[in-house]
Design a protein around this ligand. Sequence first.
Ligand code: ACO
Length: 186
Amino acid sequence: MSAQQVNPAPQQFPNFTPDSALDLLFSVDLISPQVQAELPADLHIRPLASTDYHRGHLSVLTVLTSVPDPGEAAWLGQFNAIRAAQRTYYTLVIVDKNTDRIVAVGAVFVERKFTRNLGLVGHIEDIAVDKQQQGKKLGLRIIHALVYISENSGTYKTILNCSDHNVPFYEKCGFEKKENEMAKYA
Ligand code: ACO
């Protein structure tokens, strides 16, 4: 037996929780292998997990909008409600393996239409990259991974709303500007 077999190398990321130890929102089969391969070795992309309340899920979202903390029980209630709507709502996270903390998030939900031969449309929502990690292509990777899920769900298009400021970012992700957004707040 070689010395290497007797003394295996210490685990490179001792704090990292592997997918197999998590209760995930959807199957890892929907994670783009290409996007995972393009990420640096210390970053991992996966579905949201039921314990991600403790990995900074809400704090990453604060770069996007106001995110009051609903408490863990209410957060988990939302996670379970989303999961119950099967094949509809997909939230992705990128985790820093060194810290087991979330550094980027994004979501896509699949709308079922009566038009377009019962067509499906993917709607991308709530993209956020931790301030320290912006400008490292994580936003781009999240968008590519969400489009992969959308298209593998059978959608004929994937759409999103964004500010003028973010239009160049989405163009770099392969989107083009179409029509206008209208909103009515309650
Ligand atoms: N204007 C011009 N170019 C941009 C912008 C911008 N605002 N943001 C990114 N880019 C460019 C980058 O320079 C890069 O170009 P390159 O390929 O030529 O180098 C390319 O777009 C990819 O950029 P990333 O590094 O992937 O961007 P990042 O990881 O910082 O993520 C994001 C972009 C998601 C907008 C991030 O900055 C962020 O979280 N911002 C705050 C929250 C936010 O605005 N989220 C989007 C809301 S819209 C929605 O959720 C549907």
